[in-house]
Design a protein around this ligand. Sequence first.
Ligand SMILES: Cc1cc2nc3c(=O)[nH]c(=O)nc-3n(C[C@H](O)[C@H](O)[C@H](O)COP(=O)(O)OP(=O)(O)OC[C@H]3O[C@@H](n4cnc5c(N)ncnc54)[C@H](O)[C@@H]3O)c2cc1C
Length: 481
Amino acid sequence: MIVIGGGLAGLAAGVALAESGWRVRLFEQRPFLGGRATSYVLPDGEHVDNCQHVTLGCCTNLADFYKRVGSADKIKFFDRLFFLDPEGRRGEMQAGMLPAPFHMTGSFAAFAPLTLLDKLSIARAMLDILGAKGHPADLEENGGVSMLEWLRRRGQTQGAIERFWRVVLVSALDEELDRTDARFGVDVFWKAFLSNRTGYRMGVPAVPLANLYDGCKSEIERRGGEVNLRASVRGLKIENGEIAAVRFDEGKEENADAYVFAVPHTALAELLPESVKQSDPSLANLDKIKVSPITGVHFWFDRQVMKEPFVTLLDTRTQWIFNKTELYEDINGRANKTDGGQYLQLVVSASYELLPKSRQEIIDLCLSEVRHALPTAREAQLVKATVIKEAAATFSPEPGVDRWRPKQETSVRGLFLAGDWTATGWPATMEGAVRSGYLAAEAVLRVAGAPRKFLQPDLEPDGFVAMWLGKSHDAALRGEN
Ligand SMILES: Cc1cc2nc3c(=O)[nH]c(=O)nc-3n(C[C@H](O)[C@H](O)[C@H](O)COP(=O)(O)OP(=O)(O)OC[C@H]3O[C@@H](n4cnc5c(N)ncnc54)[C@H](O)[C@@H]3O)c2cc1C
């Protein structure tokens, strides 16, 4: 078995297949694992994530994967989410005593950055999602409706759109509301905020991202496989319509019974010969899947400028500020070598407008927003800064995109696919990548006649939602899944 690509999709497929008794040979072109969800060491020895990554309680497959590879305790979960608007009004979101779907009602009612009218319009849309059990009828119209259109149909106020829907969804889906399929947007609220009390809990890695994959290599090797870094697949050798081998530099070739290509769709489109693309219609449309950018900005201050572990900014270009010093410190139990200073990581999703800007322009813009939001940062010295632009951070979840996403099993014998962009039903996330890897492993095992399940179910609805969906009253109130 050959797996090409050492991102989360390839790692999840590789680990699952190794566990099922296959000898997995994984080839990754870069010198480290993790793909888009990884970290680097800067020349001065500082570890930086290519961008802050977060998970949510509803990401059940990612949680399963971290457990399998021994990284579950490197993720710190938070029940409380903090928001800050330019006028200095703070808001918090946290589950209260009430059962789902009313668990957020208390903090939502007290949420200062939204007006009463905004809240009423949001509540109406939420009831609509609830009433339709997460699947409002108009989602599939004309092959997909945009989230903005869906919200307008429900009479959302401008404040609700800008300070609530946009804030949550642009971060979660990395796209503007007018370019997002409402199916993905509605799903975020159904799975993370409505159907289960814990779906919204935010998990933040307490170590640099690359450290999360330490257990993957050993898991694959322990079962007789190998993980090859700096090993870039350059092409495919096709014989009689089948893959006979994959080609590397210097004419080297490797072959196997089955191949899981877990590379980005843009890379796959370049690797696959035209004859293979034409033999399976689902491979012919990879170029229709567009990409969207994320920019990460890293600031090191000479002193502490924020206390919260993270905060969401409203009405600014900067969407999130993560307090990396505190996030790393908590689990390691030691200061994150900042000599009394503080390391912050800022995230700007769907950062189309930042792409043409210079590093210095981005630093100036984000620094002024940070100084506006955090008064102590106004006096503090910025010791150093780094900007990481990821132009193709995720596939763009635009209306109808699902029709271009191929399944993990193809009609080409021995060719399987994994990647957040394949058909998982999920947007481009770590959860989606792991799901695709598990689905690819399941497909390989099914074709080999030894089926096994790896895909984990979604969080079970609980509270009143469970009752509403037909679970027994007692089990629901006891919180049993
Ligand atoms: C800036 C940024 C922020 C993000 N934030 C979040 C977040 O907060 N939460 C979240 O859930 N998701 C987030 N994501 C999305 C998440 O990172 C991805 O969905 C996920 O990591 C994709 O995994 P993958 O394995 O499908 O693809 P990738 O991670 O891209 O892995 C593909 C791998 O294939 C390798 N490869 C490519 N070509 C070849 C070749 N020819 N030979 C050998 N190897 C090859 C690549 O080097 C790479 O390692 C973010 C992404 C970015 C970029």
